[in-house]
Write a protein that binds this ligand. Structure first.
Ligand code: ADP
Ligand code: 5SP
Length: 513
């Protein structure tokens, strides 16, 4: 991967845009010069994860704010610009998290995250109450999956009635950061489509579904105002502008869910491309001009944040799984990569079903991880490290196959997220999926997408004609050095191993092989 230094250009006096991505493990910030098409600085700060029995995964919103402040300071120092040159901000956020605020704007409970599986039973009950799978598809255009916001709200109602009674508004993580920046409670269709009370076909809140989730709450006042993804949320509050050293008229774009922003940050805003993220979660998505309704409910018919739709498959165990095994052996990221590379294709028969966090697709919220095929000969650190990377990647192939016709003719996958920084993993993805992969120069594509969206929003506000496509052309560039092509022998071996993976899923979990 090329360093950012090679990308830096002259520092303009204006036309700077800030992209923020509040991911699961960290907040990333980039500063771009949209006129020159250069990335000037980036920063990243980690978050704490609150984990508990039964699949609890939560975060404190204060942690997000602290990470944003720190990452912004680092990016600004690297860019070496005056913060007053920043014209607009775009915020991307991990999808689905429940941020329930009281009337003063304080959380009534910590943010409950997309990867929390504690509410699986509530999700099942909600599906039933909405008329089963078909009822969900008819009303919402997608099937509720454990992890969506709806079951978290229902869970809070059941388990913390006092906190539930104090709810005044229900936001998503990126909405919350926009609220902190502007004081406005606003959302847009991309992120809203992952709540479970949004009609993804009509691109509107589904009040009837919301009443099933939270009968006592009034959707007219609880739910954030919906704006188009090209519209601004507002201007940065004076207090925030002072603290961050920004000028007092900085625009805040609508922002969106991290997958929607990563689609923009990889130029995936027209049919024909596939974006795959190896983040904490694994996601694979393709832009579509019409809604894509999956009768099985595994492909989520999310709206894109550039108009159109972004059908997506999400698995919960990608770098969350590889990090667990890496840390078990006490390896740093570089050593882990070396150990993965040292093991042969197929890890000498060791296979990992990496469901440490339960799983969303296939829908196994209560599953746990398994290491299978271990013998006295193949049980080595190298094989275990490779097997967890391979297992997470089999999940991505499963997801790609679910996308069906949208991905069938794709000649190249744009790979993003932390795991995409690993050359050995990129090759494994190419070999397992049998498709060429390439990374954008900036693998923090969600933060870049948010910055591009901010530039788009700013251009529209100023009456400028610059389209999102033009901005993507200028700011999204691919790193030829990251290109990995399938190797025929390895691909054939992986076809066999993938069949073994599907068989293991069928035997253990009754998932059709
Ligand atoms: N070279 C690498 N090889 C494997 N994993 C990596 C590498 N670089 C970063 N990661 C992992 O990527 C993860 C962070 O990815 P990221 O996309 O930022 O996650 P999120 O957006 O969910 O917070 C971390 O678990 C980190 O260990
Ligand atoms: O739940 C989903 C998508 O439906 C996840 O993709 C989250 O949006 C978290 O993303 P990362 O933190 O892994 O980037």
């Amino acid at each position: 991967m090329k360093g950012l230094k090679g990308l830096k250009g002259l520092k303009g006096e204006q036309g700077m845009y800030l992209g923020v991505d509040c991911g699961t493990q960290s907040t990333k910030v980039v500063i771009v010069d949209a006129e020159r098409g250069t990335i000037l600085g980036e920063g990243s700060r980690a978050h704490q994860l609150i984990e508990g029995d039964g699949g609890r995964r939560e975060q404190s919103v204060d942690d997000w704010l602290a990470a944003l402040r720190g990452a912004f300071a680092d990016a600004l120092a690297e860019a070496g610009i005056d913060a007053r040159a920043i014209r607009a901000i775009g915020v991307s956020g991990q999808q689905h998290g429940m941020v329930a605020l009281d009337a003063r704007g304080e959380p009534v409970y910590p943010a409950k995250l997309w990867c929390d599986t504690e509410t699986a039973l509530h999700n099942e009950h909600l599906i039933e109450a909405l008329g089963g799978r078909q009822g969900c598809l008819d009303k919402l255009g997608l099937l509720l999956q454990t992890g969506y916001t709806a079951s978290k709200v229902a869970w809070l109602r059941d388990t913390h009635p006092e906190a539930y009674r104090r709810i005044d508004s229900l936001l998503l993580p990126h909405d919350y950061l926009n609220f902190w920046l502007t004081g406005e409670r606003v959302t847009e269709c991309g992120d809203a489509s992952g709540t479970g009370y949004f009609d993804t076909r009509r691109r509107a809140w589904h009040h009837e579904a919301f009443k099933v989730v939270a009968p006592e709450l009034d959707p007219n006042t609880m739910l954030p105002r919906l704006i188009d993804s090209s519209e601004p949320v507002g201007r940065v509050r004076a207090e925030v502008a002072r603290e961050l050293g920004l000028s007092d008229d900085v625009l805040v774009a609508s922002g969106g869910g991290d997958n929607m922003m990563a689609a923009i940050g990889t130029g995936n805003i027209a049919p024909g491309l596939v974006t795959m993220s190896l983040g904490t979660s694994g996601t694979v998505c393709a832009y579509a001009e019409e809604p894509v309704i999956d009768a099985q409910g595994m492909v989520a018919n999310f709206c894109a944040s550039s108009g159109g739709w972004l059908p997506l498959v999400c698995t919960m165990n990608v770098t969350s799984a590889t990090t667990r095994v890496r840390e078990l052996f006490g390896f740093d990221v570089a050593t882990f990569g070396e150990r993965v590379a040292a093991a042969p294709v197929g890890a000498e028969g060791v296979m990992v079903l990496p469901f440490f966090n339960g799983e969303r697709v296939p829908p196994l919220p209560h599953a746990s991880a398994s290491f299978v095929g271990l013998t006295s000969v193949n049980t080595s650190a190298d094989n275990l490290c490779r097997a967890v990377v391979e297992g997470a990647t089999y999940g991505m192939r499963y997801g790609l196959e679910l996308l069906g016709p949208l991905a069938d003719r794709v000649s190249e996958i744009r790979l993003v997220g932390g795991g995409a920084k690993s050359p050995v993993w990129r090759q494994i993805v190419a070999d397992v999926l049998g498709v060429e992969v390439v990374c954008p120069r900036l693998t923090e594509a969600a933060a870049l997408g948010a910055a591009i969206q901010a530039a788009w929003c700013d251009a529209r506000q100023r009456g400028g004609g610059e389209s999102l496509a033009t901005l993507c052309q200028r700011l999204v560039s691919l790193d030829a050095d990251t290109r990995a092509r399938p190797r025929s022998e390895a691909a054939t071996r992986y076809d066999e191993r993938y069949l073994g993976y599907r068989q293991a899923l069928a035997e253990r979990y009754d998932v059709p092989a």
